[in-house]
Ligand binder design. Structure first.
Ligand code: UD1
Length: 422
């Protein structure tokens, strides 16, 4: 049965929180495990419904997944994986599951994967993924809503991405590990999750060089082998807790976080008058003494401000002193939280790809709906400081990307109750 959050206003959040493994790193690594045809052990795996969906998909193709949730370890054995046909019901649950197309094609010479439809944040095409695979010699056909890709042998190619798409970079990088010859991806995405995937592939015997720069060179191998890999901490979960601390005037220490990966969020929080200190222990966010002031942001590919933090930052700006402008350049329709924040008393106007936010002294409680993962997180943050209690429905979206967000915020002093709907 669907659940909702009932959130009462909390005082300043205080204490320590440990950040989990990165959702957006573990999903491609799980897809990449298919390339090895052996046993891979993946550690620091967050307990999320998206990870469960990806695991189910790998299992549906003949892989064997054992997930020790308490320890955060997945054992993925794809020795007997033979199927190349991904079920619509499974891929429909999770866009990132389209990433299996590269590994299936490279290992089995064939892949049949449903085209992902639109989603709450835009149309999100996969043309760049397919352009890359076609350049490597794959025959691509669109049949009844599925992409059918075939290639006896993929061959290395030089591929320029029109946009540094994270997913397309991952698809091409994985496919290229088993292609004949060298593949060069130009204008590649440079996100930390790309580097993490390259590290995983390299320990599995691949030769991927330059991940983290805009040119990645992959020399194809005869085969890959099983390996162990620990995924990086989740920079978006970290950023969300940082904004939660700032918004409530709190003082929170985040552990298991890579400070380099949250630099754009740190910079914008500092510009908004929040103290952020890095130490051996982690990152401490302290907003106990100063009024938050407005700061403008523009979302960009890494190392620019992450689109996945845009909604949460908007909640902070909704209560900041002054007017801020948030410009979304990565996705065309990513202001789904605006209507809901306005119902909570925020003053926001949308003009094309920008939102203009006039900070108010006080947000008010309301019944709101989480339309997608990050929009949902933004509503939770806003509700922490609203005057009355707030009810958030659609929290299954939040559970896709945050493990027990309610419980972990409550440990810092929040008052969030999870109840069954209806
Ligand atoms: C990944 C992240 C997501 C994040 C996004 C941008 C995962 C599982 N998800 O999504 O959380 O918000 O990066 O940082 O890692 N595009 C095309 N054609 C393509 C591919 C993408 O036009 O073939 C466009 C998209 O519509 C979008 C932009 O490129 O406007 C960025 O998309 P992309 O970087 O591919 O994001 P995802 O990999 O889907």
């Amino acid at each position: 049965m669907a659940e909702k959050f009932i959130i009462k206003p909390s005082g300043p959040l205080k204490g320590q929180v440990e950040i989990g493994g990165a959702k957006n790193a573990v999903l491609p690594v799980l897809a990449g495990s298919i390339l090895t045809g052996q046993h891979c052990r993946i550690s620091n795996v967050p307990n999320l419904s998206d990870v469960e969906s990806m695991s189910e998909l790998v299992e549906s193709l003949g892989g064997h997944i054992t997930w020790n949730r308490a320890k955060g370890i997945i054992d993925a054995d794809t020795t007997n994986l033979q199927k190349y046909d991904a079920a619509y019901e499974l891929v429909g649950k999770l866009r990132a599951s389209f990433l299996i197309i590269g590994p299936l094609l490279a290992r089995l010479g064939r892949a049949r994967v449903p085209l992902p439809g639109g989603c709450a944040i835009g149309t999100r095409p996969v043309d760049l993924h397919l352009k890359g695979l076609a350049a490597m010699g794959a025959e691509i056909e669109h049949v009844h809503g599925y992409v059918e890709a075939k290639a006896k042998h993929l061959t290395g190619a030089k591929i320029y991405l029109d946009f540094p798409s994270v997913g397309a970079t991952e698809t091409i990088m994985m496919a290229a590990t088993l292609a004949k010859g060298q593949t060069i991806i130009e204008n590649a995405a440079v996100e930390p999750e790309i580097v993490d995937l390259a590290n995983f592939l390299n320990t599995a015997g691949a030769e991927v060089r330059g991940a983290g720069t805009d040119t990645i060179k992959i020399t194809g191998q005869q085969g890959l082998k099983g390996t162990n890999h620990t995924v990086i901490p989740d920079r978006i979960e970290a950023g969300t807790f940082m904004v939660a601390a700032a918004l409530t005037g709190g003082d929170v220490l985040l552990t298991n976080v890579m400070s380099d990966h949250v630099k754009p969020v740190t910079a914008k929080l500092k510009e908004s008058n929040v103290q952020v200190e890095e130490s051996q222990e982690g990152i401490r966010v302290n907003a106990t003494s100063d009024q938050i002031i407005a700061a403008d942001i523009k979302t960009l590919p890494y190392p620019g401000f992450p689109t996945d933090m845009q909604a949460q930052f908007m909640s902070l700006m909704a209560k900041a002193k002054g007017t801020s402008v948030i410009t979304e350049t990565v996705f065309e329709n990513r202001f789904m939280q605006v209507g809901e924040l306005k119902r909570m008393g925020a003053v926001i106007k949308i003009e094309s790809r920008s939102a203009i936010i006039e900070g108010v002294d006080q947000l008010t409680g309301a019944q709101v709906n989480a339309t997608d993962l990050r929009a949902g997180a933004a509503l939770v943050l806003a509700a922490l400081t609203a005057k009355e209690s707030t009810e958030i429905s659609g929290i299954c979206h939040i559970d896709r990307g945050y493990h027990l967000l309610d419980v972990r915020l409550n440990q810092l002093g929040a008052k969030i109750e999870r109840v069954k709907e209806g």
